[in-house]
Design a binder for this molecule. Structure first.
Ligand code: HEM
Length: 313
């Protein structure tokens, strides 16, 4: 990742950078710009979906998320450079959980580090050219949940249409059931399985000694799927969140916690809400069989193929 990655720096520097990132993503101006971008990327992507071939939801959502973030961070629109950046990014990510053979050409880590170098060069080039031009500035298989989710989003869609108003970010985040669906999805299928920590001194946790210098992995998935914490943990049940506080607590930490709490959490929820809104209000679908793979990263084995049919208005 590089020694200046925010995940590796500590102390006051990490706090300062964390604060800056948090403030950046909280800015109302950015939120409204990002909402517009997300809407148009979601719509553009869905406009290309065909009814006579499967749509791979995992690829589509990853692509949209990547475009939104790159647009927000370096003002790059979809196109050739975006595609190149995406290719290098995918190669880089593939090496994050791999055997540590960084000097052996052909190894996953070697390819990942090469991809990172290319990515950095490309981003620097893009930023420089923007500067020169003065431009910097799942719904799992649960029909009742799907029904309620669709109802809630359809209602908002027709309300907005009646008033002739566009949807804004607070509209998306105001849908209570949709938020519980996202929360439950984060509990059951979060892509971040846990976080690494290094003990800076000997420390005892629940009777176990972690010696100074040792690394520990806090495995969120085991907490999120523990029946002592959640009744029927492998059942997709968004209603379990209806009366609960969704802010991170010790048994629900998809975005981490403490001073490293993910500063992109609102953005991630917004993006999921926009995707779900356009998805359930414009399409019906049948999903093919697929299973979750947990290691080394959480993903769908067959990239989540579905067959879609456009709803008639
Ligand atoms: C579903 C989507 C996301 C999940 C589950 C997630 C989860 C996490 C987690 C668990 C951490 C803590 C890492 C640690 O403690 O070592 C983290 C940190 C971070 N996240 Fe996210 N994240 C998501 C989306 C985003 C987005 C969209 C952004 C930016 C736009 C973002 C930016 C960051 C940054 C910069 C940090 C490092 C914070 C620090 O170390 O001070 N994340 N995220």
């Amino acid at each position: 990742m590089g020694k200046s990655s925010i995940l590796l720096i500590n102390g006051s520097l990490q706090r300062r950078i964390h604060g800056l990132i948090g403030a950046f993503f909280k800015s109302p101006h950015l939120k409204s710009q990002i909402t517009r971008d997300m809407q148009s990327y979601v719509q553009e992507s869905m406009a290309k979906w065909r009814e006579d071939q499967p749509v791979f939801i995992q690829d589509e959502t990853k692509n949209i998320a990547f475009q939104v973030l790159v647009k927000a961070l370096i003002s790059l629109d979809p196109g050739e450079e975006m595609e190149l950046l995406k290719k290098q990014f995918q190669e880089f990510i593939a090496g994050l959980m791999s055997l540590p053979f960084k000097n052996i050409p052909g190894s996953q880590l070697y390819r990942s580090l090469q991809a990172k170098k290319k990515m950095v060069k490309l981003v620097q080039k893009i930023i420089q050219s923007k500067r020169d031009h003065g431009m910097i500035s799942m719904v799992p298989d649960c029909p009742p949940a799907l029904y309620q989710l669709t109802e809630e989003n359809m209602k908002l869609k027709s309300l907005k249409a009646q008033h002739g108003e566009p949807m804004c970010w607070s509209d998306y985040l105001s849908l209570p059931f949709t938020q519980t669906v996202i929360t439950e999805t984060l509990r059951m299928g979060n892509i971040i399985t846990g976080v690494m920590r290094k003990a800076v001194k000997d420390i005892e946790i629940k009777g176990y000694l972690i010696p100074k210098g040792w690394c520990a992995f806090a495995y969120f998935r085991s907490v999120h799927l523990d029946e002592n914490n959640y009744e029927w943990p492998y059942q997709f049940n968004p209603w379990r969140w209806q009366e609960k506080d969704m802010i991170s607590n010790s048994i629900f930490t998809p975005f981490g916690g403490g001073q490293r709490l993910c500063p992109g959490l609102d953005l991630a929820r917004l993006e999921a809400s926009i995707f779900l809104h356009h998805f359930v209000t414009q399409f019906r679908w049948v999903a093919e069989e697929d299973t979750v793979v947990n290691f080394p990263t959480v993903r769908m084995k067959r990239r989540m193929p579905i067959w879609v049919k456009r709803r008639e208005n």
